[in-house]
Each structure stands twice: as C-alpha cells, then as structure tokens.
Design a protein around this ligand. Structure first.
Ligand SMILES: Nc1nc2c(ncn2[C@@H]2O[C@H](COP(=O)(O)OP(=O)(O)OP(=O)(O)O)[C@@H](O)[C@H]2O)c(=O)[nH]1
Ligand SMILES: [Mg+2]
Length: 299
C-alpha cells in the first residue's frame, strides 16, 4: 500500500473528547483538557506518524451556535480548519445532552464534501441505547465509524482510529513533517495553555471563560527556565477571585502549572504569575489579537 499523509480536522461539540483523543493518538500532551466545555480556543496541531501514514491532527474549538466576541473567533477558527483539512474526524460524544446537536455535526461534516469518519467517543460510559441509535444512523448514512474511549482504552483507540485515518488520508510520496516531531506548537505557547488549563480547573462560573494567559518573558537556561506570565481577566473584580484568599488560588495554579511545565521543558522552572485586568478584552479585536486569538489568515 502507498504511503499516506495529510491534514485531519476534528469536528465535535465542546467537551466531546477531541483534545483527549489528540493527546492519546500522539502519546504526548499537546492540547489541554478539562471537564468544562470550550476549553480549546485555537487550533492545536498534533502529528501522528506511523509506518503507513502521517496524520497532521488539527484539534479545534467545539462547535457552538453562538458567534459574538471570543465565540465568534472560536467558530471562525473551526471553519477555517475545516476548509484547509484533507479529511475530517467527527466526534460524537455519548454524554451529549441530546442527539440533535450530534446530528447537526454530522450534517455539517457532510456539507464540506470532504472525506469524513465518525467516532463515538467516551464508549466507557455505556449508554447502550444511544450507541445503538447512533450506529444505526451512521450505517444508514454509510459513514465509516468506530466506538472509542481515549481514557479507558487508549491502545484500542489508536488502533481503531488508525484504520479510519488510513482510509481517509490522501496518498503522499513522503511525510509532511519530520517523523520524530509530534507538534508544530512552540514551547512558550504550550506553557501558556498549561497555565490556562490550571485556571480552568481551579476557577468557576464565568471566570475561566473570561480569562486568557499571556507569557511576558521566557528565558531558557541549561538547568533553569524562567517564565513570567500574566493571567488576564475581563473585569477588575475577577482579579481577587483568581488570586484567592491569602493568594492561595494563585499559588495552587502556579504550583500545578510549574510541575507540568518542568516535565515539558526538562529543566527546573521559575514561574512568576501576575493577574491583570483588561476590561472587555473579549470584545476588542486588538486585545484579542494581543492575547493570541487571531485567525491565521489575519496574522
Ligand atoms: N469517560 C470518558 N471521559 C472522557 C473521554 N475522553 C475525554 N473525556 C473527558 O471529557 C472531558 C472533555 O475532554 P476534552 O478532550 O477537553 O474535550 P474537547 O472536545 O477537547 O472539549 P473542548 O475543547 O471544550 O471543545 C474531560 O473531562 C475528559 O477527561 C473518554 O474516553 N471517556
Ligand atoms: Mg479541546
């Protein structure tokens, strides 16, 4: 069989398990994961290379029906990734509130006229009745599919998804990226995402959604990496909540981020976090751009 390689876009609802699957396939943590919807805000590339193919996986923000401010950016970003992909992996999560949005996602995938396959995610949750309905629908529409659980059965997931990728990817004389790299993301951006993940996990209500992380300085040394980062909130009164009583929340965010960043960079890490407010940054295109939320086409 000829070698295959190409770009694969993920398409699914927020919280469907797209980022968990991306990390599972490439066996590295490149995309952040939380139990809150709308964790992923911009495309994240994970490169999955085997002897038979190279799939450049583009993890995306979840699909939502809301398009103002930051949400507008998230949906534009998703559309843009879909346009430039060779094929699409649709994630149908068993814990979705109802079947309607899942059907909408399938229609959206179909409307792109690109090859696509469906993944029924979180199969460890059981929900046999819903699996049955989805499978009947997919078979009826003649859509290739697999049932997977990235968390409970990572090996089987890689095996099943690889079969689908091999069917969908275009032939290519060679890999698109060197075979030993697993992402095109730079370390500085992954660090900002790790800090944002900890904020998402430790903060509640609207705050995670109105917060961004900006790396001010990143100094790499032989044995120590120094990182100075700002946690940017949307309103002044959110600052004290992020800092917490006696700075306890900020300390926890810092400690957990540092632990994970040390694994990534392979040195000790000095991490200094400041909380700043940039009022209504989510509604201001210039501020959004400064915080890294800019469509590639507009860079
Ligand atoms: N039970 C179970 N939970 C899973 C599985 N895969 C992911 N999850 C959980 O589902 C939640 C959302 O996972 P993510 O990977 O962040 O989902 P996402 O589709 O990237 O979400 P957005 O970035 O918000 O669009 C997390 O709490 C994961 O741990 C799975 O196979 N089984
Ligand atoms: Mg995600």
């Amino acid at each position: 069989m000829k070698y295959k390689a190409g770009f694969i876009a993920f398409l699914g609802l927020p919280n469907a398990g797209k980022s968990t699957l991306t990390n599972c396939l490439i066996r590295e943590k490149v995309s952040i994961v939380t139990n809150k919807p709308q964790t992923t805000r911009r495309r994240i590339t994970g490169i999955y290379t085997t002897k038979e193919f190279q799939a450049v996986l583009v993890d995306t923000p979840g699909y939502i029906d809301n398009t103002s401010g930051l949400n507008h950016f998230l949906q534009q970003e998703l559309e843009d990734v879909l346009k430039s992909a060779d094929a699409i992996l649709v994630t149908l999560n068993l814990d979705a509130k109802s079947l309607d949005p899942l059907e909408k996602i399938l229609d959206l995938a179909k409307s792109t006229n690109k090859p696509f396959a469906a993944l029924i995610t979180k199969s460890d949750l059981g929900m046999g009745h819903r699996v049955h309905t989805l499978v009947a629908k997919l078979e009826n529409m003649n859509i290739p599919y697999a049932e997977i659980s990235s968390t409970a059965q990572p090996d089987e997931t890689r095996e099943e998804v690889s079969k689908l990728l091999l069917q969908m990817l275009p032939e290519s004389p060679a890999p698109l990226y060197p075979e030993d790299i697993f992402t095109t993301e730079n370390v500085r951006d992954i660090c900002a995402e790790i800090i944002r993940e900890k904020c998402f996990q430790m903060l509640f209500e609207e705050i995670p959604y109105q917060l961004a992380v900006q790396i001010r300085a990143f100094e790499e040394g032989e044995t120590l990496t120094k990182i100075y980062a700002d946690i940017v909130v949307d309103k002044d009164n959110q600052k004290k909540i992020v800092v917490g009583h006696g700075a306890s929340t900020l300390k926890k965010i810092g400690m957990q981020s540092r632990e994970q960043i040390e694994k990534l960079v392979g040195t000790k890490v000095y991490l200094e976090l400041h909380v700043k407010s940039k009022k209504k940054w989510m509604k201001d295109p210039m501020m959004m751009k400064e915080l890294g939320y800019v469509l590639s086409a507009n860079v």
